[in-house]
Design a protein around this ligand. Structure first.
Ligand SMILES: O=P(O)(O)OC[C@H]1O[C@H](OP(=O)(O)OP(=O)(O)O)[C@H](O)[C@@H]1O
Ligand SMILES: O=c1cc[nH]c(=O)[nH]1
Length: 179
C-alpha cells in the first residue's frame, strides 16, 4: 500500500476559509439555512465550517444537524456483516429551509442519494445544496454534483481518498491511498 498527500493541513485550512466565504456569499446571515453533516465523516467538516463561520466571520448562530444514511443506502441489504447506524440529530424544522448537505468525499453519489431520501422524514426543504471537501471526478453513478467543492481529484479504481481531521485523527490531511 502506498499513500500520497493530496492536501496538507495548511491547504485544508485555506480551503475551509474559501468554502466559508462562498457559503456567506450565497446564504448571508444563514437565517433560512441549515447545515446537515452526513454521518459519519461529513460531521467533522460541518462542525468546522460552523465554527469558522460563527467565530471568524461573525455570522449569527447556524443550525447544524447530523444525518445518518445507513438504512437508506440502496445496497444495505447486500451487506453481510450487521450494520451499525450513527446518530441522526436534527432538532429544528427543515420545512421550507435551505439545506446544505456536507460530506467529506463525493464519489459515486450514492451516499448523497440516500441522504436525499433520509431527509424527507424531517420535512420538505425549499432547496438542498451539496458541499464536499473532495470531489472525485469521473466516478459518479448518479447525476449528483456539488454546489461547493474544496478540491477536485482524479483517482482511479483501487485508489481511495482518505480525509483525516485533527479532532478525530490527530491531523487535518487528505491522502490518496493506493493498494
Ligand atoms: O459518493 P459515494 O460513493 O457514496 O462515496 C462517498 C462516501 O464515502 C465515504 O463514506 P464511506 O462510504 O466510506 O463510509 P464510512 O465513512 O462510514 O466509512 C465518504 O465519507 C462519503 O460519505
Ligand atoms: O475515495 C473515496 C471514495 C469514497 N469514499 C471515500 O471516502 N473515499
Amino acid at each position: 500500500m502506498s499513500q500520497k498527500v493530496l492536501l496538507n493541513s495548511k491547504e485544508v485550512t485555506i480551503i475551509l476559509h474559501r468554502l466559508a466565504c462562498q457559503l456567506i456569499e450565497k446564504h448571508l446571515d444563514f437565517s433560512d439555512t441549515i447545515l446537515i453533516g452526513i454521518q459519519p465523516r461529513g460531521v467533522f467538516l460541518a462542525e468546522r465550517l460552523k465554527q469558522l463561520l460563527e467565530n471568524e466571520y461573525k455570522t449569527p448562530e447556524i443550525s447544524l444537524g447530523y444525518l445518518d444514511i445507513t438504512f437508506f443506502r440502496d445496497d444495505f441489504r447486500r451487506t453481510e456483516k450487521p450494520l451499525e447506524a450513527n446518530k441522526t440529530q436534527i432538532n429544528f424544522i427543515v420545512e421550507n429551509k435551505k439545506v446544505i448537505f456536507i460530506d467529506d468525499v463525493l464519489f459515486t453519489g450514492r451516499s448523497i442519494r440516500s441522504a436525499l431520501t433520509a431527509v424527507q422524514s424531517f420535512g420538505r426543504p425549499s432547496e438542498i445544496e451539496l458541499l464536499v471537501l473532495i470531489d472525485r471526478r469521473f466516478s459518479r453513478h448518479l447525476p449528483i454534483q456539488p454546489d461547493y467543492r474544496g478540491r477536485q481529484v482524479d483517482a482511479i479504481n483501487g485508489e481511495k481518498v482518505i480525509v483525516s481531521w485533527k479532532e478525530n485523527d490527530g491531523e487535518d490531511v487528505v491522502h490518496l491511498v493506493t493498494n
